[in-house]
Design a protein around this ligand. Structure first.
Ligand code: FES
Length: 82
C-alpha cells in the first residue's frame, strides 16, 4: 500500500491518503476530490484553465495517480488550501 501525503502550502497541514493498485489508473484531480481534497478548477478537467496545478506546475487533471507517483515517488502533493 502506497501513501500520498497532501500538504497545504499556507497552513503546513498534512493529510495522508492510502493508494491501492486500482487507484493508479484514476485521474489525480478526481481521485483527490473524491477524498475531500479541494483542488481549484474551472474547466472541470479539460486541461484548459490551469487552475488545478500542484508543485512544478503539474496539472492534476492531466495525470493519473500512477503517473504522479512515478514523477513524485515521495507521494507529496502540495496544494494551496488544506
Ligand atoms: S481542471 Fe482546468 S486545467 Fe485542470
Amino acid at each position: 500500500m502506497q501513501i500520498i501525503t497532501i500538504v497545504g502550502k499556507a497552513s503546513g497541514r498534512e493529510q495522508k491518503l492510502e493508494v491501492s493498485e486500482v487507484d493508479h489508473t484514476q485521474n489525480l484531480l478526481f481521485w483527490l476530490r473524491d477524498r475531500g481534497i479541494t483542488i481549484a478548477s474551472s474547466c472541470d478537467g479539460d486541461g484548459v484553465c490551469k487552475r488545478c496545478n500542484i508543485q512544478h506546475g503539474w496539472l492534476t487533471c492531466q495525470m493519473t495517480v500512477g503517473e504522479f507517483l512515478i514523477q513524485e515517488p515521495s507521494g507529496r502533493v502540495e496544494v494551496g488550501y488544506l
